[in-house]
Design a protein around this ligand. Sequence first.
Ligand code: DX5
Ligand code: ZN
Length: 230
Amino acid sequence: MSVCVAPSILSADFAELARDIACVAPETDLLHVDVMDGHFVPNLTIGPPVVASLHNHTRAYLDCHLMMTNPGEYLERFRDAGASGCSVHVEIGGTDELIDQMEELQLDVGLAVNPDTPFDAFRPYLGRIDLLLLMTVFPGFGGQAFMAEVLPKVESSAEEIRAQGFRARIEVDGGIDVQTAPRCADAGASVFVAGSAIFGQSDPLAAAAAIRRAAGGGDGGARPWHSRRL
Ligand code: DX5
Ligand code: ZN
């Protein structure tokens, strides 16, 4: 399965977003956009207006990670702003309805899972989603240490997806760098979100390429991610 790199703009310079995303464009399969509401996580970031601005500056796939208690009230606005796919957290409940809503809006369907949420809590939805976003840190902040204890859950998810012939791909998010990406790849992940390991480096483009290589993706650079919308 091809390796996808998803730079997380959380670690970019918010006053220089267009510059920063252009810098990593050749290695950007998906652009990861962390939306935090101050309730689901103890931090606030960005919403649909910034997604709309990003959409005007890039053709990249906009992968919106909604760390929110009430994403259902905003999905349409994210879609209208140019989101390609949205991931909602399974911990907030109402997952089937949220998936229905994303399907109706023709958004790619993502389901995000905290490090301490067990496999059985999201297993029933694996056949309905495009992206399973397994958090390898507790969401809320960039720059945290990778939690290796999530790896068995990556393995169980990959096994189930393979056994059932589901389309979902596994995205890992939190503490991903050249050391941790290969461990996640071995466990079955194929989409790698990285914030500080890309934008926190002196050469972000080279850093993104290094993560791709470390995960087994070779030197080919970014390839467009499949999407229902593109
Ligand atoms: C954390 C966010 C991540 C974050 C990852 O809540 O969901 O996407 O940007 O940052 P790093 O790669 O620095 O751990
Ligand atoms: Zn994220």
